[in-house]
Design a protein around this ligand. Structure first.
Ligand code: ATP
Length: 140
């Protein structure tokens, strides 16, 4: 059993009931959930690995444009499983390569990078991102 951090981004928050349905249908267990609006400083920390990149400011604008919904998901191979359910980073690619994926279905057709949801990409980032959103949680 592995844990990952799933994040529904601001532009998809209205679709969260549909996305949650997919989460459950895929067999994940929702360990915890939190709806929160990130401050700019928090968003800059969360996306710290992208600091200095050309898209960093637009990424921070995007993720602070409204509330996000964070989930701790648990399951077998949860990190890779969730990323498969998300589909490719770019919405247009997701629509071509994985039409049933969350990014294909709920991403913004006018902006490839407004891609509806996020998932941790490694065991280390999952641990960091879960602590970021759920600092009070103690997991064994
Ligand atoms: P996420 O971390 O959100 O799951 P990812 O791991 O598929 O996405 P990353 O390369 O880590 O993709 O990029 C993080 C996020 O930054 C992307 O989801 C997207 O919203 C945004 N992003 C990535 N590349 C660009 C870019 N070239 N221009 C604008 N935004 C970008």
């Amino acid at each position: 059993i592995q844990r990952t951090l799933a994040l529904i981004k601001p532009d998809a928050i209205d679709k969260s009931p549909e996305i949650e349905k997919i989460i459950l249908e895929e067999g994940f267990t929702v360990v915890d959930r939190r709806r929160v609006r990130l401050t700019r400083a928090e968003a800059e920390e969360f996306y710290g690995e992208h600091r200095g990149k050309s898209f960093y400011n637009s990424l921070v604008d995007y993720i602070t444009s409204g509330e996000v919904l964070a989930f701790i998901l648990a399951g077998d191979d949860a990190i890779n499983h969730w990323r498969r359910v998300l589909g490719p980073t770019q919405v247009s690619r997701a629509r071509h390569e994985a039409p049933g994926s969350i990014r294909a279905r709920f991403g913004n057709s006018n902006n490839d990078f407004h891609n509806a949801a996020h998932g941790s990409d490694s065991v280390n980032s999952a641990q960091r991102e879960i602590r970021f959103f759920f600092p009070d949680l103690t997991l064994e």
